[in-house]
Design a protein around this ligand. Sequence first.
Ligand SMILES: [Zn+2]
Length: 457
Amino acid sequence: MNRRFFIGALGAATTSLCMGGGQPGKPRYVFLMIGDGMGVAQREVAERYARMKYPARKGGLAMNQLPVKALTTTSEIEGKVTDSAAAGTALACGAKTVNGALGVGADLTTPLRSVAFDAKDAGMKVGIVTSVPIDHATPAAFYAQVPKRSMYYEIGEFLVKSEFDYFAGETMLGRKKAKDKVPQDTLVKDAGYTHVRDRAGFDRLKKGAVKVLVEHDLGYAIEGKPSISLADYTRKGIELMMGDAGFFMMVEGGKIDWSGHANDLATNIHETLAFDEAVAVVLEFCKKHPAESVLVVTADHETGGLELAGNAPKKMVAALDRQEYQSAHYDTQVKQWKKGGAVAPEVAFDRLVDAFGFAPLENDARTRLKDAVAASLADDATDERSLEIQKMYGKKNAAVVSCLHELADRAGAKWTSFGHTDTRVSTTAVGRWADRFAGENDNTDIGKHLRELITKG
Ligand SMILES: [Zn+2]
């Protein structure tokens, strides 16, 4: 028997023994963890990278080791490719809606009920955690009811009215829209929330703290360890809400989606790994409380149409590790080079080849990248060729996307879209009640199962 498989099989057997199974009652600790835009290929490519890069860890990703496995469909109510609002609503409320809508039905008015409120009514504590703004679509699906996901200020009002116990994420987008309205800080304070915005305040939060809102930017994992990580947010949530009442906690890795839209593979992998660190924290907790906890890890949809053609893992890691920043950093650079013709196309080309470690670059790839750099640095609509190239890359920076595609190719992967796709996502679970998430299901089933667990067991 292959050693790796043996370890995996043993792990699963041990886990299901520990979890008991078949006993009556409701779970005390319920975790739903959502990798935004994290399709099957995203989980797989991060797994391969982790196994090669961190051989000491042996098992790859924590989320891929959970014994119960499923494939989950994600389309919105009319069968279209979903956005994060409709998919978040499906997971949170167990019901389909149209894209853009949060916590309301397809008529944009009928309120839908999130399982987080069921948990609150059942006397449990509730935590909502994310690596993106806390009023962004996925987290908001668990506490807001608005026809449009961009209604950030109103989403903030729902947040403070929710009475949920722990919110942690990046700075609220609603702050930008609060000009002629009651400032968000006032809303938060008046609702009695302890509002924390830095590491020192975060460290001062201790068990028993009630109604906490942490707003602090995490940045991108590829650019180095943030002052507070998603795993830290998750660990703190457990610490604050631990107790007889139990809790429901939703944790989202939100920038897996953003880097998928950018077709930025290295950043995508690092974001998946940062999310998986949070999964590992929860898994460790579940192993300590096997008879009382359930953990479900899923995604709201796939982003980027990522395909894995495969490459030698060593080559893959070497290619990916050349990239030091997330894509927007390079976008900004190229924009600066363009200003007033500050940097000639040949120089820009050499700098990008150097930054991504592309030398030597074979002929086709060289031509592709040279054309893309020329198009990115040209004044708008100068010649037909650059127009054509710009069209190819949509609104993206042609030079940067061309580099990111070359890097993905060297890593054995290929992006086929800048948007969301309709492919099924992987769902894994562990815990006494995890079996009901097994097999093939729809994202609404996850919400329905969670509701049943929380209300009836
Ligand atoms: Zn997206």
